[in-house]
Design a protein around this ligand. Sequence first.
Ligand code: PLP
Length: 469
Amino acid sequence: MKLDDKLKNYSLDGYLPMHMPGHKRNVEFLGHELPYDKDITEIYDFDDLHHPEGILKEIGNQAKRIYQSGHSFLLVNGSTCGILAGIRSAVSFGDQVLVARGCHKSVYHAIELNHLDAVYLPSHIDSYGIDRGILVEDVVDALNENPDIRLVILTSPTYEGIISPISDIVRVAHERGVPVLVDEAHGAHLSFMRQLCSYEALKSGADIVVQSLHKTLPALTQTALLHIQGDLVKQEEVARELSVFETSSPSYILMDSISCCFDLIEEKGKDLFSQYEENLAWFYEQAKYFHHLEVFGSKIDSSVVYDYGKIVILTKNTNLSGEDLSRILREKYKIEVEMSSIYYVIAMSSICDTKESFERLFSALQEFDSTLCDCENKSIDYFSSLPRKKMNIAEAVDSKRGVFYNIKDVDGFISQEYLWVYPPGIPFVVPGEVIDQKIIHQLEEYQKAGIEVRSTYDKFPDVKVINNK
Ligand SMILES: Cc1ncc(COP(=O)(O)O)c(C=O)c1O
């Protein structure tokens, strides 16, 4: 029986819940707006996510079948817990790891918790501020220069949809016996897209792949998957680490949502994705006729693989910024986009967008486009930079000599916190790195251009540095 039916039947069966959760499924008292009636704990015959032997094991097997993994774990704490557990299971404390600089903060937190020595792969930021993904040459150079690297950690696709050449990266890593973890939080749908399925991380040979179902598929927020394959990573070690990083009270509502998402994909996925791809093709064809706005796909050479489900609309050759476009779409057209920056916005799409949704987005953009003038918005030149590393993250974070100074006064100090430029959200400075005049100047330039600088302690322009003078 499906988990959804089992939960429905159980809620109608009249059992008195003398167990958690505290709402006791009392919908007469609480109302039906939230799904209290299906929100149970690990009671008899409903299995246990941390030791799946019954219905939850079946859902895990369904994930394994759909994604063709070696083993798949269901996650209810988002990709975040999968990344923390996946990295922990593949390293020993103090190991050296190769990390794409543009990784999500959960990767940095794993580096900190495991006292890892991170070697960073540079971000290649283009003139729009978009990270163009990882170059195989950078990986080869880093692996040659650092023979002690024990794990490669990458994000693909990126937030903007850029897909890195994972199969080439896996090949060079595996030649040295090094496993590869891919944060595919934005790519749980790639397997079902005709033109993109061969680029997804599992098919490309990655050893650990973490995907957020909730980002690009119809599943509730926090649902995710951790897949493994091959023999460089041990299933029992990943399970052990998930018992550390994932809640001991997994939500049946979330697990039900995972199960329903899989059923939908298995039963109707082919048609839904083919309709989705048709809608996207229609949208991109229409977008060719914009006079001033551009969509990302038209701006890159055909060797770059990207997820065109992320509709990245470029405003660089207009008199308005991405933030202006985002505000106008919200206020005038009631369209809320995922993210906006100086030069672009990201509109995220999925199989749940109807043809009408694409038409509505297109009509709004077309109308807006006709009000624009051609002129190059040159608020800022993006640049990639990797500051000099003086300490590992954990060592810096652990220091008891942290003090807050204004950014203008920290030339030569080691940072005790992260500084991010938003967007694109790539850590500009990581704890343990030296903030020098060049970095200070770059941050000033970003701020002048209206790019937000965020810091761990949220006190920027005051920055927590290690008082090493
Ligand atoms: C690239 C990337 N990785 C991981 C995560 C974490 O995913 P989750 O929110 O499912 O924990 C995010 C979230 O935004 C992300 O953008």
